[in-house]
Design a protein around this ligand. Structure first.
Ligand code: CP
Length: 307
């Protein structure tokens, strides 16, 4: 197979294991390009891409922009905070105005679940979801699984514990879909108030004891407490959360095996993860960020037709 089964990347739920393998094989090639002295290829020379961000981002926005530039695409960036959205312009008007400047692809982050899906029904351009509310963050899940494959040789058969604020996390849902499609076992762990009801129906294990989760897993993917999405209190205090669910180096050293520690960023240091764990030899957090560029190059290249 040399083409994706879809012309948009809206989520992992709607793509196949073969799509994911194709993205990984293509990312392997781009990772080799990124290690050359000249880290650029002409693949998307005739393509214009708009990065449209209605929510804050550091990693995803910079990673997409760098991926696009490494592929020689023309790039325009839009951030809602300094745009005419502040004057009341709608999503569809905003995007149609950008597209009338002859844009071929849109990378969009939006606080509303389903915003990129809505857009895909109304515009011609290829759309990549860079995070829609608490729903999906497909390229994050792809780069996470790619990083596990790189570190452990394969994803199939591995045990991955996703630990933290599962309820508000688009990374958790995309990771569950991606890891299961690749044959991994997935556990979610956190306070019961931060675990969605009926999540077992997705085929994941549920654990509230973080030490049990660490003893079970090969990889701990630690998630941020998303205070900005929490309208009510889900736990008494950050101090108490850290005491019961925070992960530190002492806990990792108490295990009878060496597990891999991941985090999608941004990290709340000292809350879900201590600095000595985040910066330890077991952490692949910065490799995740590095791999994000190759994964996003692969996604954009394949959606553009893979030529
Ligand atoms: N991992 C992630 O999505 O980070 P940003 O919010 O900084 O893009």
């Amino acid at each position: 197979m040399s083409q994706l089964s879809t012309r948009h990347l809206l989520g992992i739920k709607n793509i196949t294991a073969a799509d994911i393998e194709l993205i990984f094989q293509t990312a392997d090639n781009f990772k080799e390009v990124l290690n050359r002295p000249i880290k650029k290829v002409p693949s998307l020379r005739d393509i214009t891409i708009a990065n449209i961000f209605f929510e804050n981002s550091t990693r995803t926005r910079l990673s997409f922009e760098l991926a696009e530039k490494r592929l020689s695409a023309d790039v325009i960036n839009f951030s809602s905070s300094n745009s005419s959205v502040k004057k009341g312009e709608t999503l569809i008007d905003t995007v149609n105005n950008i597209l009338s400047m002859k844009v071929d692809m849109v990378v969009m982050r939006h606080a509303s679940v389903g915003a990129p899906h809505f857009l895909s029904k109304h515009i011609q351009a290829n759309i990549v979801n860079a995070g829609d509310g608490t729903h999906e963050h497909p390229t994050q899940a792809l780069l996470d699984a790619f990083s596990i494959r790189e570190k452990l040789g394969d994803v199939a058969g591995k045990k991955i514990a996703i630990i933290g604020d599962i309820l508000h996390s688009r990374v958790a849902l995309s990771n569950i879909f991606c890891l299961q499609k690749l044959g991994a076992e997935v556990m979610v762990c956190g306070p019961i108030t931060l675990i969605p009801k009926h999540i077992e129906s997705l085929g994941v294990k549920v654990e509230q004891d973080v030490m049990k989760a660490l003893r079970w897993c090969d990889v701990a993917n630690v998630l941020r407490i998303q205070l900005e999405r929490q309208q009510i209190k889900y736990f008494p205090s950050l101090r108490e959360y850290s005491l019961y669910f925070g992960i530190n180096k002492r806990m990792l050293e108490s295990l009878d095996k060496e597990i891999v520690v991941m985090h999608p960023g941004p990290i709340n240091r000292g809350v879900e993860l201590s600095s000595d764990a985040a910066d330890s030899g077991q952490s692949i957090i910065l490799q995740q960020v590095e791999n994000g560029v190759a994964i996003r190059m692969a996604v954009l290249y394949l959606l553009a037709g893979g030529k």
